[in-house]
Ligand binder design. Structure first.
Ligand code: HEC
Length: 166
């Protein structure tokens, strides 16, 4: 009998501790603690507004550089096909693009025609899974893939020719 009473009391005490902990009041200084918490929240809000502003500025700069990269880089010439279908993610010279932490498209520059063709074919056939690339390539023929691969494979030579011209 004594054991049962002790057992029930222990359970009650544990339940009370659990309740108090879940309310958080006693451990965080009760009402007083709430006041401090409020101030904390307000400071966090102000900091957030400031951060958002600089985030927006950063975003704008980033967008600007993306637009330049997707459009024209110092006379680097690509086909209209590459420009309209690929440069928005991979950059007009294939150097790859990033938006914030998000990779829009990896670097293609420097890969050979064969490598690029193999990769495009893998995406198109589904051997390599990527919804974006597959969706883009599904309407292109093997000849289109070969033409694009040939062009991308020529990027380093094109860049070098541009450098030599300067
Ligand atoms: C909407 C953005 C987007 C567009 C437009 C786009 N790509 Fe991609 N591409 C990606 C992403 C994302 C990956 C990475 C996929 C992965 O690794 O699974 C990728 C991967 C690739 C790869 C493999 C690169 C590597 O080294 O693994 C090649 C090659 C490629 N793209 C070529 C092209 C070509 C050619 C076009 C135009 C017909 C094109 N891409 C258009 C987003 C894009």
């Amino acid at each position: 009998m004594k054991n049962i009473v002790v057992g029930v009391l222990t359970l009650l005490i544990l339940a009370t501790m659990g309740y108090v902990a879940s309310q958080g009041g006693a451990y965080n200084g009760g009402e007083h603690g709430k006041g401090i918490q409020d101030i904390g929240n307000k400071t966090a809000k102000v900091t957030k507004v400031v951060e958002e502003k600089s985030d927006r500025e950063k975003e704008q700069e980033e967008l600007k550089s993306i637009r330049e990269k997707a459009g024209n880089i110092g006379g680097f010439k690509v086909s209209d096909e590459y420009k309209s279908k690929c440069s928005s993610c991979h950059g007009v010279d294939g150097s790859g693009m990033q938006y914030g932490k998000k990779l829009m498209g990896p670097k293609l520059f420097g890969q050979s025609e064969e490598e690029i063709y193999q990769k495009l074919d893998d995406f198109k056939s589904g051997r390599r899974e990527n919804m974006i690339m597959k969706g883009l390539l599904i309407h292109l023929s093997q000849d289109d893939l070969k033409r694009l691969a040939k062009e991308i494979g020529e990027f380093p030579a094109r860049a070098k020719a541009l450098e030599d011209k300067d």
